[in-house]
Design a protein. Structure first.
Length: 241
């Protein structure tokens, strides 16, 4: 297994606030890599730096062997790095299929090709029976899966999922977990921000933990579960061994 994403000494400072500070992280091809940490830890800021929505104060991002530090989101998308958003933003007046076709046009200008890619993405996300339904009629779980489908239609090498399970009930969480593992089985690398620890521990190959903008741990799920620094961050220092 070789690396597909490498983050080196990445920092983003907003005046005196160090939202992300000197973070190093390596993601291997074909794995599910979780990024976890308390609220305000800097997870989404790190996503924004990697996906081109913010420019780093310092550090480097390498994707698929190329330095992409500061590259624009549309450039990264065309290269195979795409992300979803914590707050879903579908085109509410368009059908589910048309929403996903927007992603399908990334590498083609042919409607038939974009439609084929969109239908394939809808099948992966188990939304094929909602293809003709307007996005405004979808429930929260379906809208989150729509976000994933639209990203998949771009034919990514790596997909970054920002709290795709947030706000869902246990049955819906299980459904999304199955979709995420299915994406991995297609050979697509997944980086996921998630607060539902049962899900993170079940589907992740590796986990990076950040707190106050700095990495405090990285490793396999069982290693992270036993890590004293991680336990202290989530439960308080009294629970650390």
């Amino acid at each position: 297994m070789s690396e597909i994403l490498k983050i080196e000494h990445l920092s983003k400072h907003f005046g005196g606030l160090k939202a992300v500070n000197d973070v190093n992280m390596t993601v291997q091809k074909g794995e599910i890599h979780a990024l976890i940490g308390p609220n305000g830890a800097g997870k989404t800021t790190l996503f924004n730096l990697v996906s081109g929505f913010l420019t780093p104060t310092s550090g480097h991002v390498t994707f698929d062997g190329h330095d992409v530090t500061g590259a624009k989101p549309y450039h990264l998308c065309s290269k195979g790095l795409v992300r979803t958003y914590q707050i879903v933003q579908p085109f509410r007046g368009m059908s589910t299929l048309d929403n996903v076709m927007v992603g399908g046009f990334t590498h083609t200008n042919k409607v038939s090709v974009a439609r084929e890619k969109a239908l394939r993405a809808l099948k992966i996300t188990k939304l094929e029976n909602k293809a003709d339904v307007q996005a405004r009629s979808l429930n929260l779980c379906e809208q989150k899966r729509l976000e994933v489908a639209r990203a998949l239609a771009t034919e990514p090498k790596l997909i970054m999922l920002d709290e795709v399970m947030a706000g869902l009930n246990p049955t819906e969480v299980t459904e999304v977990m199955d979709i995420v593992t299915g994406i991995k089985e297609l050979g697509i690398t997944v980086v996921i921000i998630e607060h539902i620890m049962q899900a993170v521990m079940s589907i992740s190959d590796n986990i990076t933990v950040i707190s106050f903008g700095e990495k405090i741990a990285e490793g396999k799920p069982d290693e992270i579960a036993r890590n004293e620094d991680v336990i202290a961050v989530y439960l308080g220092s009294d629970y650390a061994i």
